[in-house]
Unconditional design. Structure first.
Length: 235
């Protein structure tokens, strides 16, 4: 493999090299060392790009899938689709962006560990946010949170189902996804009915007043570590 000549290229080379070893060693320190050896990237630069070694490689792989999903979704004509079908299509594109199912399986195992569970939840939330943002979601209130929390649950369940699905073309997974989306639509319909019910309005006046104060978070772009994040591959 040709030695990369920039941090961005080095990050991409390392991740590509790691994928050749993940099936055998997982997202581990051993995979990181093998990726460094195979890619020709200097160890110092490699550790600067991926300080937690295998964990950071797994994170980069997940984010690569998010970016592929965004690009494919941007090329899709969504105008003729119902909104629920747009969401289902985006989730499917995200799963189909996976190059290696074993890499996802190993990542699922890694982020199920207590010390990495928070990072895994953050990644799933990020995927849900990427989907809603790509679909043009403009909510800034409590709906920003509820949409992403609901989609995070749907995405997680669908990925776990897909990991064990051997049906032709993974059709069983897409049917499972459609059922989960239908469940969510049922919840949204019930919420709308409750909002229009005078008794429900009276009972929920206090909680709703509080929820009206909730807003989408604003994250500064000058936090420590942001510079290295910009150097890591997005695709």
């Amino acid at each position: 493999m040709e030695t990369p000549n920039s941090p961005e290229a080095a990050a991409t080379h390392l991740l590509d090299a790691a994928l050749l070893h993940v099936a055998f060693d997982g997202w581990s320190d051993a995979t990181f060392r093998a990726a460094v050896a195979d890619s020709g990237v200097d160890m110092g630069l490699a550790r600067a790009l991926y300080p937690r070694k295998g964990v950071d490689l797994a994170i980069a792989y997940h984010k690569r899938g998010d970016q592929i999903m965004r690009e494919r979704l941007a090329e899709t004509d969504l105008a003729a689709m119902r909104y629920r079908d747009r969401v289902a299509h985006a989730v499917r594109l995200r799963i189909e962006a996976v190059e290696d199912r074993e890499a996802v399986r190993r990542g699922t195992t890694l982020f199920a560990l207590p010390m990495h569970a928070g990072e895994g939840a953050k990644l799933i939330w990020g995927t849900a946010d990427a989907i809603w943002s790509a679909l043009g979601d403009s909510s800034r209130d409590v709906n920003w949170y509820t949409k992403r929390a609901t989609l995070s649950a749907v995405y997680s369940a669908t990925v776990l189902y897909w990991l064990g699905d051997d049906s032709p073309g993974h059709q069983a997974t897409w049917d499972f996804l459609d059922r989960r989306i239908e469940d969510v639509m049922g919840i949204e319909k019930l919420k709308a009915q409750l909002r229009d019910n005078p008794i429900s309005k009276a009972l929920s006046a206090g909680p709703l007043k509080f929820m009206e104060q909730i807003r989408k978070p604003k994250v500064p772009d000058d936090l420590p570590g942001q510079m290295m994040d910009r150097l890591r591959p997005k695709t």
